[in-house]
Design a protein around this ligand. Sequence first.
Ligand SMILES: *[C@@H]1O[C@H](CO)[C@@H](O)[C@H](O)[C@H]1NC(C)=O
Ligand SMILES: *[C@@H]1O[C@H](CO)[C@@H](O)[C@H](O)[C@H]1NC(C)=O
Ligand SMILES: *[C@@H]1O[C@H](CO)[C@@H](O)[C@H](O)[C@H]1NC(C)=O
Ligand SMILES: *[C@@H]1O[C@H](CO)[C@@H](O)[C@H](O)[C@H]1NC(C)=O
Ligand SMILES: *[C@@H]1O[C@H](CO)[C@@H](O)[C@H](O)[C@H]1NC(C)=O
Ligand SMILES: *[C@@H]1O[C@H](CO)[C@@H](O)[C@H](O)[C@H]1NC(C)=O
Ligand SMILES: *[C@@H]1O[C@H](CO)[C@@H](O)[C@H](O)[C@H]1NC(C)=O
Ligand SMILES: *[C@@H]1O[C@H](CO)[C@@H](O)[C@H](O)[C@H]1NC(C)=O
Ligand SMILES: *[C@@H]1O[C@H](CO)[C@@H](O)[C@H](O)[C@H]1NC(C)=O
Ligand SMILES: *[C@@H]1O[C@H](CO)[C@@H](O)[C@H](O)[C@H]1NC(C)=O
Ligand SMILES: *[C@@H]1O[C@H](CO)[C@@H](O)[C@H](O)[C@H]1NC(C)=O
Ligand SMILES: CC(=O)N[C@H]1CO[C@H](CO)[C@@H](O)[C@@H]1O
Length: 567
Amino acid sequence: MVSSRLLFLSGGLASAAVLDPRQATTASGETTASATEPWYYQTTPELFAGPTTTGLIAPFLAQTNPAPWGAEASFVPNAPLETNLPIQGNTNNQSIFQLHGQLSSYFPNPIGFGSNEYPLPPGANISTVHLLHRHGARYPTGTSSVASFGSKIQNITANGTAKWTGDLGFLNNWKYNLGAEILVARGRQELFDSGVLFYYNYGALYNTSTKIIARTTTQDRMLKSAEYFMAGFFGLEWTQNASLVPIIEQNNFNITLAGYMNCNNSNNYLSTGGNNASVIWENIYLADATKRLKALAGGYNWTVADSYNAQTLCPYEHVAFGYSQWCDLFTYEEWQGFEYSIDLQFNGNNGFGSPTGRAVGIGYVEELYARLQGHLPDVPPGTTQINTTMVASTATFPLNQTLYFDFSHDTNIFSIITAFGLKQFGQPLGPTGPPANRQLIVWEIIHTPQPLKAIRPTSPNATASDFYANGTATTYIHLSISQRTVPLYKSYPQCEERDDGWCELSTVLEIWSGLLDQAEYDYSCNGKYPAAAPGNITNGVPISKRDLGRRFGSGLEFYESSDRWVL
Ligand SMILES: *[C@@H]1O[C@H](CO)[C@@H](O)[C@H](O)[C@H]1NC(C)=O
Ligand SMILES: *[C@@H]1O[C@H](CO)[C@@H](O)[C@H](O)[C@H]1NC(C)=O
Ligand SMILES: *[C@@H]1O[C@H](CO)[C@@H](O)[C@H](O)[C@H]1NC(C)=O
Ligand SMILES: *[C@@H]1O[C@H](CO)[C@@H](O)[C@H](O)[C@H]1NC(C)=O
Ligand SMILES: *[C@@H]1O[C@H](CO)[C@@H](O)[C@H](O)[C@H]1NC(C)=O
Ligand SMILES: *[C@@H]1O[C@H](CO)[C@@H](O)[C@H](O)[C@H]1NC(C)=O
Ligand SMILES: *[C@@H]1O[C@H](CO)[C@@H](O)[C@H](O)[C@H]1NC(C)=O
Ligand SMILES: *[C@@H]1O[C@H](CO)[C@@H](O)[C@H](O)[C@H]1NC(C)=O
Ligand SMILES: *[C@@H]1O[C@H](CO)[C@@H](O)[C@H](O)[C@H]1NC(C)=O
Ligand SMILES: *[C@@H]1O[C@H](CO)[C@@H](O)[C@H](O)[C@H]1NC(C)=O
Ligand SMILES: *[C@@H]1O[C@H](CO)[C@@H](O)[C@H](O)[C@H]1NC(C)=O
Ligand SMILES: CC(=O)N[C@H]1CO[C@H](CO)[C@@H](O)[C@@H]1O
C-alpha cells in the first residue's frame, strides 16, 4: 500500500479541471447566446443524452496497481493504463488488451487487409476526405449483463452463498463501481488523439475561410466523442471552425448514425444470431476457466456465463480504472477466445450474418452516395432510416466540403460496412473469425493527371512513373480502416485488381447505385420471416422468400473457419 509518493511532472502541474469547449454558435460562426442558435446545432443543454451515470469511484492506480509482478517481470510504466500483466500462456509478450474486440483501446490495424500502402505520386492530389469515426472507450450499458453480474457477486458475497479463495479472494472486498454509457477518460483521450492524428494527415484540406459542419448523435458519449475529436483537430476554439449537428438518437427515430433505432427486426430475436453463436463458443473456450474458477467459489455454482461476465469486466474496469483484477484470471488463449466471441456477435447481430445487417447500414451508405455526387439524399420513403428533415438542407447535411466528419457506434459501423457490400469482412464464421471493432473509416477522393498503373513501381525503381502516359485525368477512391488500406477489388470485382487497393470513383458509384435495392430495408426491418439457422445468412439480408422453403431446417455447421480480420 502506497501512503505517499512524490510525482515529478516534466511539464508543470497538470490541470485538474477539464475545459468544456462547447459554446452556442450560429451557422455563420459567431458565438452567440443560445436563444439565437439554430436548434439543429444545439449541443448544450444536451437533448436525448441517454443515461449518464458516472462511476462510483475514481481511478487510483498509484495505490491499486500491483505492478511490477515479482522479480522476473520488468517494470513498464503505465501509459496511461497498466498493460504489462503476467498472463499465462502469453509466450510472445503480446498484449491481451488488443484481444478485447470493440472494447479494446484504439490501435492501428497491425497487419493490414492485404494491400500495401503507397505514397501519392507527384501530380496527384487528395481533394476530399470522408471520415466515419466510432466513439471512445466507455462504461457499459446500465442494463448489461456485467452490471447484473456485479450486483450478484456483491449479494452472494454478502449473504454467504460464496466464499472466495485463491485468485478469486479479491472478491471478498470487490464492488461493482462502474458508471453507465458515458466516455471514460481513456475514451476522451482516444478521440482527442485521433483528432490530432487526423490533423497531421489532412489538416491542409481545411479551408480556413469556411466553417464546416460535422454530424454526430445526441447521445452523451457520441456528442462528446465528436467534441474531443474536434478539439484535437482544431484546438479548444474548434467551435469557430465547425458546427456540430447532433441527430436525435432515440428509439423509433430515423438516424443513419444509429440505424437500428428505427429497424424493428434489428432489435428482436431475429438479429441475435451472433449472441447465440457466441454462447455456444463460450461454452467451449471457457470450459476450463469455469472449472478453475468454480473451485475458488466456495460452494457457489460458478457457471460459464459467470466466466464470460468476469472476462468482460476486465476491459471495462481496465479503461475505467487503469487496472482490473479480472484480467489475469484468464489465459492468453482464453483472451483469443474472447476476441472471437465478439467477432461472432458482430457478424451475426450486425454484419453479413444478420438479416438486418445491410438495412441498418444502408441509410449512411445512401447519404455518402448522394454526397459524392454533390446533392442531398433523395431516396424514396420507406427505403432507409434517413431522417428527411435532417437531410433537407445543407445546414444539416453538408455538401461541397473538403473534410467530412461523421460519428457513429461500432455496431452501426459494422452494419455500414455490410451495406457497402464489403464482402471481405463477411466470410461465414463458425463459433470459431472477423471482429468488427476499432473502426476509423476513411474514404479519400484522389485525382491524378493520368490513370495510375495497377502495378505500382516500387522504390528501387523510383524513376519509373506511376502513371500511364496515354490516359486522361482520373479520379480514384481509397478506403482505409484503422489506418490501413482496404483493397476494394476484393469485394468489388468490377474494380481493377490494383496494388494500392484503390478503385476508380465512377466504378464505385456504379456499384453503389445498386446497394439500396440489395438492402431490402422494409422487408429486413419490418418483414415477418423466420429466424435463420446459424451460418445460413451470409449477405446481411433475410434469406429470400423464394429460398425459405428450401434452405430452412438444419443448422449447426458453422465451425470451419478460423480466419479473422482485425479492423
Ligand atoms: C514486452 O512488451 C512490452 C510492450 O511492448 C515492452 O515494453 C517490453 O520490453 C517487452 N518485454 C520483453 C521481455 O520483450
Ligand atoms: C442484489 O441485492 C439487491 C438488494 O437486495 C437486489 O435489489 C438486487 O436485485 C440483487 N441482485 C441480484 C443480481 O440478485
Ligand atoms: C444470496 O443472494 C443471491 C443473489 O441476490 C440470491 O439469489 C440468493 O438467494 C441469496 N441467498 C441467501 C441465502 O440469501
Ligand atoms: C475557401 O472557401 C472560400 C469561401 O467559401 C472560397 O471562396 C475559396 O475559393 C475556398 N478556397 C479553396 C482553396 O477552395
Ligand atoms: C427527424 O429529425 C427531426 C429533427 O431532429 C425530429 O424533430 C424528428 O422527430 C425526426 N424524425 C424521425 C422520424 O426521426
Ligand atoms: C450449476 O450450474 C449449471 C449450469 O447452469 C447447471 O447445469 C448445474 O445443474 C448447476 N449445479 C448445481 C449443483 O446447481
Ligand atoms: C423515417 O423513415 C421511414 C422509413 O424509411 C420513412 O417512412 C419516414 O418518412 C421517415 N421519416 C422521416 C421524418 O425521416
Ligand atoms: C456544390 O458545388 C457544385 C459544383 O461546384 C455546385 O454546382 C453546387 O451548387 C454546390 N452545392 C452547394 C450546396 O453549394
Ligand atoms: C488535382 O489534380 C487534378 C488532376 O490532376 C488537377 O486537375 C487539379 O488542378 C489538382 N488540384 C490541385 C488543388 O492541385
Ligand atoms: C525495375 O526496373 C528494371 C529496369 O527497368 C526492371 O527490370 C525491373 O523489373 C523493375 N523492378 C520493379 C520492381 O519494378
Ligand atoms: C495505355 O497504355 C497501357 C499500357 O501500354 C494500355 O494497357 C492501355 O490500354 C492504354 N490505354 C489507352 C486508353 O490507350
Ligand atoms: C451454412 C448453411 O448454409 N447451413 C444450412 C442452411 O440451410 C440449409 C437448408 O436447411 C442447409 O442445407 C445448410 O446446411
